[in-house]
Design a protein around this ligand. Structure first.
Ligand code: NDP
Length: 302
């Protein structure tokens, strides 16, 4: 594994991080989830990315992670960077969604209970909430850090102007934004153009999610939609209709380019992101140890 400093901080992250959005919920096989987590850690993936709502059911990915931590990795806590987030709808009523202090504080406590952790390494505001003053959301992050419930603060999915407001607020409070999390991949480069330069200017690390476009930038859909794939599963966020002929024609071209360089398409896509200046890490997902192992080979081709 290779590690990079996150922005101007002293925190190093593995270039490949593992996300638990899909494949770690209560609908998934625990033994498979456990095997992926253990293989990841063994390979030097020290960063695990969670959110309150990951599952399904929402919250169950944190429970799965907590169980593996307790049963298999308890003595390794200090070798890991574990993040969680609050921002999207998690529970009913006005306090289970958005960016209010009430929601962030309560959700952080719930996430700590589900994972069994004493603290998160990074706690994020998962999204910008236009109905909450940004100062309120950022102060909640500051207080989560000050109270010891997280070591660092992060933001995700904020539009560019709001992103800069967050950096300023957090820096003034001496809890600098350690990491900014945005969707980025070869098929979706907008955030690399808009948000990455701002993160760099303000000394925040930058971590890309869905680097494989949920599996589209792999060999998964080159010959149709296989059973068991994210696009085929009812709970998957990727919809069948998104796998269009036009998109796949483009993906096949990328696949040819990858082959010419002796890479798999997934490795080519991950390398593309990791070669962008200012990118700290990419958060990959995996539904099997085999996928993870293949993606890990990217490291030797950087
Ligand atoms: P990816 O783009 O890496 O997609 C992962 C999926 O691609 C896998 O589940 C698998 O799908 C397929 N795949 C991966 N490797 C291979 C391979 N070698 N061969 C074939 N198929 C492969 O990432 P995700 O979309 O899963 O997102 C990663 C993480 O990013 C999340 O877990 C979460 O932590 C974070 N995230 C954050 C968001 C935010 O708002 N901040 C939003 C979304 C994600 P299959 O199931 O078909 O096998």
């Amino acid at each position: 594994m290779q590690y990079r400093y996150s922005g101007h901080s002293g925190l190093q992250l593995p270039v490949l991080s593992l996300g638990l959005w899909h494949n770690f919920g209560s609908v998934d096989r625990h033994e498979n989830a456990r095997a992926i987590l253990l293989r990841a850690f063994e390979a030097g993936i020290t960063h695990f990315d969670l959110a309150n709502n990951y599952g399904p059911v929402p919250g169950s990915a944190e429970i799965t992670f907590g169980r593996v931590l307790r049963e298999d990795l308890a003595t390794h806590r200090d070798e890991m960077i574990i993040s969680s987030k609050a921002g999207y709808r998690m529970w009913d009523g006005p306090y289970g969604d958005g960016g209010s202090r009430k929601y962030l504080m309560a959700s952080c406590d719930q996430s700590l209970k589900r994972t069994g952790l004493d603290y998160f390494d990074i706690f994020y505001s998962h999204r910008y909430d236009p109905n909450t003053p940004i100062e309120e959301t950022m102060q909640a992050l500051v207080d989560i850090v000050r109270s010891g419930k997280a070591l660092y603060a992060g933001i995700s999915n904020y539009p560019a102007d709001k992103q800069v407001e967050c950096y300023r607020y957090l820096a003034d409070a001496h809890v600098p934004c350690v990491l900014s999390q945005y969707k980025a991949n070869m098929l979706f480069t907008e955030k690399l153009e808009q948000n990455l330069p701002l993160a760099q200017q303000h000394g925040s690390g930058f971590i890309c999610y869905s680097p494989l476009a949920q599996g589209i930038l792999t060999d998964r859909y080159l010959n149709g939609i296989p059973e068991g794939s994210r696009a085929a599963r009812p709970e998957g966020y990727l919809q069948r209709e998104q796998i269009t002929d036009e998109l796949m024609a483009h993906v096949r071209k990328l696949n040819e380019e990858a082959k010419e360089q002796g890479l798999t398409l997934a490795q080519y896509a991950l390398r593309y992101l990791l070669r962008q200046e200012g990118v700290t890490s990419v958060i990959i997902g995996a539904s099997s140890v085999e996928q993870l192992d293949k993606n890990l080979q990217t490291i030797s081709n950087l």
